[in-house]
Design a protein around this ligand. Structure first.
Ligand SMILES: *Cc1c(COP(=O)(O)O)cnc(C)c1O
Length: 488
């Protein structure tokens, strides 16, 4: 046993979610009623995230928030977005159908991503805005539109200076071709503006993209086009950790352990994207996003407040407002940050030949994260209904999945739990709504996918139901008090 406190990766948890987990029997009864494992989504947290972004945008240029549906399949989130009167960004035929079914009219829908022939054909004449990925799409839209439609189009650009190459968007070197098509096909393509989406926490990259898009918007005016939109995409970061110092200390201990110092902390020779070389650890780990401490609303505020050199230092917000350019954004993870958790049960605990403790759960790694991502926030351990007193101190474990595959480890890094879990205990994975719970979940070994449930806080308790039956009609975020009874 180590003498000092074990390394920790404390998760930031929304007060509403924390209160739900602290409500006696709430999580347990959700699993008893709907089965384990289960994903829980919290539409009220989504709504609060949205309000924070809106607050930033309130005093600036005109704007439109398009919820990037692909972050989560939840119907409750889509319906919450619809009820909040924002727009939606869809990336497949099924997402489009889901948005329409939830009540979005085509004027509030934007389609992004690679589309393909069949999807493009559906979109012609539908009234949705097509955010084109490449010149083939642009030309094909004009051909398909023929004389019968004028298709609203955004042109997604990529290949900005000092920005990693992207598989998406029209590279800047092809922009002349874009202008040729836009000016030649005016009756068939209604050009709304330029767009980009950069998944980067580096503010300079987004700012350079903004500057380039503004330049090209001016060129569009001079060519007789009338764009009214600049779409800055998503990529606004989540804050996973509650304690950046503890996070850094954990990663420090992990790096030491990779060099053979201190307690082993990696399963199966995993190096998490670090390179070991000459007794040192180099590189950026696969889990670098977990270190972020800058919330999405601040990233957005900083971008809007950034001075633009080409505009005499006036801010992006000022320049957009002066030019009557509506700023569109496509937040995905920022809207669902802290709005989802995943619950699983402990099946059994065992020791391996090297003395590692494996806590086996009733879900698989792909249910809480894509295979190449390592989740660097500690899960919470809730005692099962039959257990009162813990019978050990903190214990370092690896969480193992239910698949009959060596690689189905849910954590490849050691996790310290407050005590040794017992069969029937609950494990809570915090903050799984964004790209964790259903981006790559598969039905391996014919296990069914976990249920998805929506949880709403009402005065005196929580309402839990199937995600696809959620009705945002009376959604409001009440203050969260200390005592909760009864899960209806
Ligand atoms: C995925 C995606 C988004 C959402 O990104 P987040 O990082 O979740 O905000 C927005 N726009 C486009 C084009 C995307 O592909």
């Amino acid at each position: 046993m180590r003498a000092s406190a074990p390394p920790r990766l404390p998760a930031k948890i929304d007060p509403l979610v924390r209160a739900f987990l602290a409500a006696p029997g709430a999580a347990e009864s959700a699993l008893t009623r709907f089965g384990s494992p289960a994903h829980l989504v919290f539409p009220q947290v989504f709504a609060a995230n949205l309000e924070r972004l809106r607050t930033v945008l309130e005093h600036g240029p005109g704007y439109r928030i398009c919820y990037a549906h692909k972050v989560n399949q939840s119907r409750a989130f889509v319906r919450t977005a619809e009820r909040a009167a924002i727009a939606i960004d869809v990336a497949s035929r099924a997402e489009l159908a889901g948005a329409m079914a939830a009540g979005f009219d085509p004027a509030r829908i934007e389609v992004t991503g690679p589309k393909g022939e069949a999807f493009l054909r559906d979109l012609i004449g539908s009234g949705v805005t097509v955010n084109i990925d490449n010149v083939w799409e642009l030309r094909r839209i004009a051909e398909l539109a023929g004389a019968r439609a004028n298709v609203p189009v955004l042109v997604r650009l990529s290949g900005f200076a000092a920005t990693p190459v992207s598989r998406f968007g029209v590279p800047l070197c092809q922009v002349d071709e874009v202008f040729e098509v836009l000016t030649a096909e005016r009756g068939r393509i209604a050009f709304r503006g330029f767009a980009f989406h950069i998944d980067s926490g580096e503010p300079g990259e987004r700012l350079r993209a903004v500057e380039t898009c503004l330049e090209l918007t001016e060129r569009a005016y001079s060519e007789g086009l009338s764009p009214g939109v600049l779409d800055i995409g998503g990529g606004f970061r989540q804050v996973f950790t509650e304690d950046a110092d503890a996070f850094d200390a954990y990663v420090g201990a992990l790096r030491e352990s990779l060099l053979g110092r201190g307690e082993p902390m990696a399963w199966g020779g995993n190096t998490f994207g670090f390179h070991l070389d000459g007794g040192a650890v180099h590189g950026t780990p696969v889990f670098h996003k977990y270190a972020n401490t800058v919330p999405a609303d601040r990233m957005l505020a900083d971008l809007l407040d950034a001075g633009l050199e080409a505009h005499g230092g006036r801010t992006f917000a000022q320049v957009a407002a002066e030019n009557l350019l509506e700023v569109w954004l496509e937040p995905g993870k920022a809207l669902v940050d802290h709005a989802g958790i995943t619950l699983a049960r402990v099946e059994f605990v065992k020791e391996t030949a090297d003395g590692s403790v494996l806590v086996n759960l009733d879900l698989s790694r792909d249910t809480v994260t894509p295979a190449d991502q390592e989740v660097m926030v500690d899960p919470l351990l809730l005692p099962g209904s039959a257990h009162a007193q813990p019978d050990s101190g903190p214990v370092g474990v690896f969480l193992a999945g239910r698949l009959c595959l060596e690689r189905d480890l849910i954590t490849n890094h050691k996790v310290w739990l407050p005590h040794r879990p017992r069969p029937g205990d609950l494990i809570v994975f915090p903050n799984t709504a964004a790209y964790h719970m259903d981006l790559s979940a598969a039905r391996a070994s014919m296990h069914p996918l976990p249920a998805k449930l929506a949880v709403v806080h009402r005065p005196g308790g929580y309402e839990i139901g199937h995600d696809d039956e959620f009705d945002p009609g009376t959604l409001g975020r009440e203050s969260v008090g200390p005592i909760w009874h009864g899960v209806q």
